[in-house]
Write a protein that binds this ligand. Structure first.
Ligand code: DDQ
Ligand code: CA
Length: 259
């Protein structure tokens, strides 16, 4: 009888046997780093703004006025199989595959360009307000960043906004969310002008992991290179391709616990 009472109390207050060690706050991100599995070539004239794998084709969007494009690239060789330029002065930003189409953002031009996935040809333009930075496809919705701490959810057919979430790391806003990658484990985001990628729970906006990629591009190869930007998941693996704007290299990596 006494045992039963104690057991009942344990179930009710859920405190029996718990240690007094401090518990991490539920939204404190884990710290990860990149383990490099392969070093790949990258077009050092590509101001990378969007990066996504579609099977073994790499779809890359580039920016700058006059340098903006969408291209299909062989990730092993950096060979460009197909390329469509944006009319200057349009400034290309993030992109993602949605069904048989691609959506490509522009920075301050206020339009998303819908393209045919195979030919990369423009299908139509849809206006939006504010800036365009990163884009990925999270199952049924597009996820878009605009340089703030906001992730907007959009309908992949109409591009209409259907929701949004604010991104927080241990309670603090995380702004400058740039190129994005949607995965079943969360939304990965480059943080502009840092060598950090964060992993975000799109349901809550909580950052669940902070990934330190400092020094990924060796110092002696950084001349002319801009910031880390561009993350593409290798589907069916826990690996990613990462690169940067005007970087001569791309890296196949996996994220492991930082020690
Ligand atoms: N954004 O991609 C973070 C949204 C904007 C990047 C803007 C960088 C402008 C660079 C202009 C450099 C001219 C050589
Ligand atoms: Ca991406």
């Amino acid at each position: 009888m006494k045992v039963l009472l104690v057991l009942t109390a344990c179930v009710l207050v859920a405190s029996c046997g718990t240690s007094t060690a401090p518990q991490a706050a539920p939204n404190t991100p884990v710290k990860l780093r990149a383990e490099v599995l392969a070093v790949l070539p990258h077009d050092s004239t590509a101001f990378t703004q969007g990066l996504e794998l579609d099977g073994d084709r790499l779809i890359e969007g580039t920016g700058l006025e006059g340098g903006s494009s969408v291209r299909e690239v062989d990730p092993r060789t950096a060979e460009v199989a197909r390329k469509v330029d944006l009319p200057p002065p349009m400034f290309g930003e993030g992109l993602t595959v949605a069904g048989s189409k691609i959506w490509q953002l522009t920075w301050k031009d206020g339009v998303a360009i819908q393209r045919d996935k195979q030919t990369l040809a423009e299908v139509r333009r849809v206006p939006y307000s504010g800036e365009g930075w990163g884009l990925c496809m999270d199952g049924q919705r597009l996820v878009m960043s605009d340089g703030s701490d906001k992730l907007a959810f959009r309908d992949p057919e109409s591009f209409a906004q259907v929701g949004e979430v604010r991104v927080r790391s241990a309670g603090q806003p995380v702004t400058r969310l740039n190129e994005l990658e949607c995965t079943p484990g969360g939304v990965y985001a480059n943080v502009w002008q840092t060598e950090t990628i964060v992993r975000i729970d799109p349901a809550s906006g909580d950052v669940t992991a902070t990934i330190d990629l400092a020094g990924l591009l060796p110092r002696d190869e950084r001349a002319g290179a801009d910031v880390l930007n561009g993350i593409a998941a290798v589907r069916g693996t826990d690996e990613f391709l990462v690169t940067g704007k005007l970087w001569p290299k791309m890296f196949r990596v996996k994220f492991v616990t930082a020690s």
